[in-house]
Design a protein. Sequence first.
Length: 466
Amino acid sequence: MSSKILLRILKSNGSRLSMWYAVFFVLGSASLLFVTYFFLSSALQSKDRESVQAELAELVSAYNTEGLQAVDREVFRNYRFRKKNPFFIRVVENSNQTLKIYYSHIWDEFDLKQLNKLVLRQDVIWVSLPAIGDDFELAATAMQLHDGRWLQVGISSEERKATLHRFRATLTMALLPLTLLGIIGGSLLAMRSLRPVRHIVQTVQYILSGRMEARVIRTQAGDELDDLARLFNEMLDKIRALIDSFKESLDNVAHDLRTPMTRLRSVAEKALQESTDLKQSQDALSDCIEESDRILSMLTMLMDISEAETGALKLHRRLLNISSLIARVVDMYEPVAEEKQVRLIVKAPAELNIKCDGNRLSQALANILDNAVKYSPAGGRVTINVFQDKGELCIQINDTGPGIPSEDLPKIWDRLFRSDTARTQKGLGLGLSFVKAICEAHKGRVSAKSEKGKGSIFCITLPVDY
């Protein structure tokens, strides 16, 4: 069991991120330390050579001025200050034979006889002599004196090697805490980076257990993972709204289908119980078809309303002339209005275009116009005014009907709501709910004003640039 848990931990994204954080941190730190070591080595070597050249120039000047005795004095005086890392000083005859080596006992680690085999020339700046049985060396440079002799000054790299060795030991000791720091820091960074992902996983687990109100905790950092958490919460809100909408639709359907289904069953039972008369059977079947169409219309409209309210309704938007669209809707209701002796008046500019779903917007206008014609008395009128105001398109429909009671006005947008005056007319009680859903799907709105006995004013407002 423990091996399975360990394998699962090692396979997790957090472990992999921690490992990569640690690897890159240690590699970066090691690279920085090695670069520092390289520059330190170069700096120490440059410093030694500059010191040698400065000492050589000083001794050559003393020799050319006062002779070998001046060199003896300078060497003796400088030796007291550089006993730990003295200069190698050699005076050479023109034939490259050693005339004098100062403090030769200090340089027992080197085979100084090898220097006699080297040819001193102006173009050879530096020569190296390795130590006997060790890894350091003697680096020297020479300058010719005024009498033809050569003065050679050098320095051992032993002190420099010892300093670099101590630095390497320090680097080696520093890599262990740096590695631990990289692992710990990588783990903390991985935990912090993956915290929103863990919140999402936890939220999904809560939702699967039935807690639909659970949401992801956001870090408010404004990064990609915080955006992911925000979008995930918005998706959950949309799904929740969709579920609630369909649940409400199902509740409405379950409640409001009882009456037509009961009526449908009664018609069918009555037709079966009575004598088999062809005319009665045809009437019964006609009533059944009418009730079936009513049920299908109710179901279709409920589904459309739910999709529109939750943003799932697909709109096929294109640029349309609003005057032409309204004219088609008015032409459809003209015969009904003439039969009821209701005048239809349209006031719309000829050139006013809007990007919309023509079929859906026509359905919304038709629902309002149907109610306006239906409830207007004989001799009444229905006026449609279209105008543009502050970047929005307004479609205003005024009727001269009985009006809507003030207590019912806020409820007219509810599904399946029908006021007492409306129950005398045929209808499903879904028309205005559908109008509201279609307007909101177009990022618009619909409003109503009414006074009892003075008619009603419905106004559809849509953004022109949407």
